[in-house]
Design a binder for this molecule. Structure first.
Ligand code: AMP
Length: 196
């Protein structure tokens, strides 16, 4: 792929139970700034989202937020971002985030995070884009999910190729290296059915 300039990172609007999640978000920001990759994210100042953006900015990196008008106050928009886009709807938010980014990663988060990474991964399966998708499996947070995804592939509801399109790593640098160097399959046809 061409040089990856902006990465969309989905992550929790909460901080989670243990410090390891916030620590990993800061490490991930460090790895991004080191590689001169800008952040596109949901624009909040709270939870792992806020930790990630704060660290990007502290290190001199770019942090671009995209937030729907309806969540502007509820999610406490980050006041110091490089840029903040306010969209009329959640759908417009997700579309703009996807357009602005060359790849997608989920750090630990809740159902908003799950929904967001699953949506862009589904779009990759359908060939709507060929941007890399990844999960940062901090402290085993996504172990049960990845085991289930392997089960879904074994049961032939998720194609093997589709499963392989979601990179899973536990170290920020390892995940970013895979995202930056990957050569995603260019899917020119529907691969959701009959794929082996
Ligand atoms: P969460 O992982 O649930 O803490 O949420 C992380 C981010 O996902 C927040 O910016 C939420 O606004 C966003 N979010 C929550 N629900 C949805 C949804 N249904 N579609 C897209 N984004 C969502």
């Amino acid at each position: 792929m061409e040089k990856l300039t902006n990465l969309c990172v989905y992550c929790g609007s909460s901080s989670g139970r243990i410090d390891a999640y916030a620590r990993a978000a800061r490490e991930f920001a460090h790895a991004m700034v080191e590689r001169n990759i800008g952040l596109v994210y949901g624009g909040a100042s709270v939870g792992i989202m806020g930790t990630l953006a704060d660290e990007m900015l502290r290190l001199g990196g770019q942090a671009v937020g995209v937030i729907p008008e309806s969540l502007l106050r509820r999610e406490l928009a980050h006041p110091g971002l490089s840029e903040l886009h306010v969209t009329p709807s959640m759908h417009a938010r997700k579309t703009l985030m996807a357009e602005l980014a060359d790849g997608f990663v989920a750090l630990p988060g809740g159902i908003g995070t799950f929904e967001e990474i699953f949506e862009v991964w589904t779009w990759a399966q359908l060939g709507f884009h060929n941007k890399p998708c990844g999960l940062l499996n901090v402290a085993g947070y996504y172990d049960a999910l990845t085991a289930f995804l392997d089960h879904a592939a074994a049961e032939q509801f998720v194609g093997v190729e589709t499963r392989s399109m979601l990179f899973v790593e536990s170290e920020p640098t390892a995940l970013l290296d895979r995202i930056v160097t990957c050569k995603p399959a260019v899917l020119s046809k529907w691969v959701g059915h009959g794929e082996t």
